[in-house]
Design a protein around this ligand. Sequence first.
Ligand code: HSE
Length: 438
Amino acid sequence: MKSVKLGLLGVGTVGASTALVLKNNAAEIARRAGRSIEIIQASRRAISAGMPQGSGDIELTEDPFDVVNNPDVDIVIELIGGYEPALDLVMQAIANGKHVVTANKALIALHGNEIFLAAQQKGVNVVFEAAVAGGIPIIKAIREGLSANHIESVAGIINGTGNFILTEMRDKGRNFADVLAEAQALGYAEADPSFDVDGIDAAHKLCILSSIAFGIPLQFDAVYTEGISGVSTEDVIYADQLGYRIKHLGVARRTDKGIEMRVHPTLIPEKRLIANVDGVMNAVLVHADKLGPSLYYGAGAGADPTASAVIADIIDVARTITTDAENRVPHLAFQPDQIVDIPILPITEVHTAYYLRMRVDDRPGVMAEITRIMGENNISIEAMLQKEPEAGVTQATIIMLTQKIREQQMDDAIYSIAGLETVHGDVHRIRVETLDGD
Ligand code: HSE
């Protein structure tokens, strides 16, 4: 049978690993795909840096458009990342009738709707397993493995760099900047690491997971996004004392009023498996109506794990290359005419519990004022900790856990509490999720 010919865009960390694994595991991959698969052309900005050793039969070019316009290429592998020129290249590849495999979460989250429409019209496949949670086959699990179910929620640690930073802060008391530099050196971080730290990378991934879980259009702008730079070492310690871990979580949940899509630091009870996912590892917890909860765990970043997901996509496309377009698995899990626009809830309408940390005067009546405001806003307090003031200091730190409420109630209460003369500085809030399926 004719071999499947690949054109590779980008020979960075993941691209080089993809080329190497395709070569080293060629026989096993051919046994699975039913035909051999070979890279015939690759582009990189400066070809002098070269491909991995032993790739002499791959034609190199500095112009990525040579690859997407190459009539011999069946599948284009887009591993450049970012919005441009990736979007132009992918659209040109589709226009030329080529299938596309991409690891580019930013591209899919922001431009996926137009990309899939063009691919559908042209009868080609665009697949993106490596875009979410690195090597974990979470897209395939939700799109195909859970297709009998009504998905109720998806909650995941989907940024390896952020999880690595929070883990090192907790376990070794290391400072933020130090750990981030290490994540960059290890090749985990995005080209612009603020994407990791500010939650944008996780928001890209959550937007994609929400679409395939609920059959809604990709809508990155509707994801509420908060990064991890506001999480202090003392929050990590207090959370520990209360029996929680702080994780940077992406949560997508179906409710009667619409869909919640949010990325923020979150306290999770330490007994949950996902609370114990550390370092660069990712994990996604899915609540589905028939299966119940299921957890998917693995390496969320890094060259080989990401190449593993890219190559699985290549094999999938190679297997179906001769089938009719209508008989392939739909790009976003649901048939294109069945994607429905369910409202996305603003963060003020989201229901969750809260951890609060505030600095107050250490004198009688202060706690009474705070609890009065909580009561007026119909907020029930679940637990409270007062840390003894340090010697010679007249202020104390108060930590509170609330029951589940609407975010607007919490906003109103925080506004009033922060306005008290006895409260100093910001009232810090971190959302709390029990992740028990409620
Ligand atoms: N920067 C990303 C992360 C890479 O740390 O998870 C994988 O998408």
